[in-house]
Design a protein around this ligand. Structure first.
Ligand SMILES: [Zn+2]
Ligand SMILES: [Zn+2]
Length: 133
């Protein structure tokens, strides 16, 4: 077990994995999810930078929610998160459609369709958000 300093409140805690935040700060940020979701609902097409600043939630946390498929970048957004397998830009989750299909195949379920996503150029400040859950 590794002991770390919480990046937010400075307390020492047993670090397991993920972000260097203690459980109580982690919970505090998690409680902000509904606030962020409401903000995105009220501001359709808002940028990730603005979501982060207005709600005082670090961008890494927003990306974590995207990875967990709780939030997604809007269709046509200039940025997203990287597929953990091939690095292609995706709007939500951990893997792109093609990799998801590949991973499923390895578990014995054959999926015939793969979706190709067009290459998009990176415009970091232009990310648009929407929520899923
Ligand atoms: Zn803390
Ligand atoms: Zn992929």
């Amino acid at each position: 077990m590794e002991v770390k300093n919480c990046k937010k409140c400075g307390v020492f805690f047993n670090f397991v994995s993920g972000l260097p935040l203690c459980p109580s700060c982690m919970k505090e940020i998690d409680d902000k999810f509904s606030e962020v979701k409401q903000y995105i609902y009220d501001h359709p097409g808002v940028g990730i930078q603005e979501v982060s600043e207005e709600n005082e939630v670090p961008i890494v946390i927003i990306k974590k929610w995207v990875k967990e498929e709780r939030l997604a970048f809007a269709e046509g957004s200039a940025i997203g998160v990287d597929c953990e397998r091939c690095g292609r830009m995706i709007l939500t989750g951990r893997f792109c459609e093609a990799c998801k299909a590949d991973v499923k195949k390895q578990f014995g379920n054959i999926i015939a369709t793969t979706t190709k996503q067009p290459e998009k150029k990176l415009e970091r400040d232009n990310a648009k958000m929407r929520f899923l859950k």
